[in-house]
Ligand binder design. Sequence first.
Ligand code: NAP
Length: 516
Amino acid sequence: MTELLPNYMAGRWQAGSGEGTALLDPVLGTELVRVDSTGLDLAEAFRFARNSAGAALRALTYRERAALLASVVKVLQANRDAYYDIATANAGTVKNDSAVDIDGAIFTLGQYARWGDALGDVRALRDGDAVKLGKEPVFMSQHLQVPTPGLALFINAFNFPSWGLWEKAAPALLSGVPVVVKPGTSTAWLTQRMVKDVVDAGVLPAGALSVICGSSKGLLDALEGFDVLSFTGSAETGATIRSHAAVTQRSVRVNIEADSLNAALLMPDAAADGESFGQLVREVVREMTVKSGQKCTAIRRVLVPEALYDSAAEAIGAKLSKITVGNPRNEGVRMGSLVSRAQLDAVKAGLAALSAHAEVLHDGRSQPWIDADPAVAAIAAPVLLGARDADSAHGVHDIEVFGPVATLLPYKNLAHALALAHRGQGSLVTSLYGADAAALGQAAVQLAASNGRVHVVTPDVANAQTGHGNVMPMSLHGGPGRAGGGAELGGLRALDFYHRRSAVQASPAVLAQLGL
Ligand code: NAP
């Protein structure tokens, strides 16, 4: 039997009492480790996090907690090589794709450490200026933000075992709120290992960071009113979470990041031999293939002027045909596998559903794999679909295929393109490609209502732009409607979720003593 990874909670390592769920190498099919959360005392663990770790964290200032984040960065950097090995083995990713998860996490933590340092040695945050409550400024109202005296539970998706933890933990710990993470089971090893390294290094107060791997059973039942819950995953699980008594009766604050049908839009004035056309093609291919398309922000719908439909299909297909697919350990492989056979089945089912509304424009499934057995490996080759009638291709605007799949859609004019983009019913990101700054600016404002982020690529930012699907801590991550309605990152605004807002009504002399 393989090693059963212990959980870390209530300040100590605790093994589940069950057999455990095996985590597999999705390329070789071999068992790597097991995880289990059976029989754990969650109520005790959550109490310890709230009362002991929470109190220790809140006793520190923002600057002191920022220094903790900087220490975590050092621990993760020192163990980086091991993380790459685990990502290759358990997630089937090539080095460049593992970097998005691992180095993306370290960068985000480092950024919050810098921002937190600038908040200084205070224990509460000023929220706007004091305003007078009467005619004279003798009795005033001052809003402030203080850390919530609960814990932050993260229920995370399988596709970002590293970044998914740290992009949430950075603002939570900086806010003074202890973290309990339950990673997606199939790739939980990397999350567990990172927590283990940080715990072993002793850089955080005991219980400030806990990890529970395996079933989520009982986690929500153990939440109390001052706790917060941040969920990333499917819309279906998100709906179950929203209806739980912790949320509906105990007012646990919840943030939901769900699936999203993001779009890339080539502006109407683009030409097949122009720079914007080339930029869109490169970005679509990158988004389809990075992490085998298992990114919540990946481009699923590609909107192009109808006159450019055929040339876009040809150009994207030509680039996709150069993508080598197979075992991520082979240097010649550009795209590795999905995380599991279950995900492969889900991608196949999604492709079949979309094919009812679309034609296949490029089919990578006919290309041979490098160093991988099709009977074992969870590899999905890139497939570009197309629907010449973008309006009636309903499935394309409804079904998220979480793999290397995108659909090309022609539009008649910009108003039509924006209407099609809106049919995602709320997305994480739409990217625009063009050169007319005025038209791009207006389109960005129109898309803002249905997108968490609008990413505009003009020729002058070709080298500076950060990538359609790349989530930077400086910008909001999340999206309305179908995308879950969540809000993460976006600078220090991310701290709001982990704070309680309150108004103190008092004389200026008292307000001067709030230590803001
Ligand atoms: P999922 O099946 O919904 O699982 C997400 C997490 O919820 C996992 O940790 C899962 O545990 C847990 N879970 C399952 N059932 C639960 C329940 N009844 N109560 C509480 N927790 C429960 O989603 P997934 O398949 O892992 O993730 C893929 C989806 O996530 C995609 O649709 C993708 O678009 C979305 N995603 C969104 C973002 C974003 O930021 N918006 C980022 C990444 C991924 P187990 O693993 O043990 O089942």
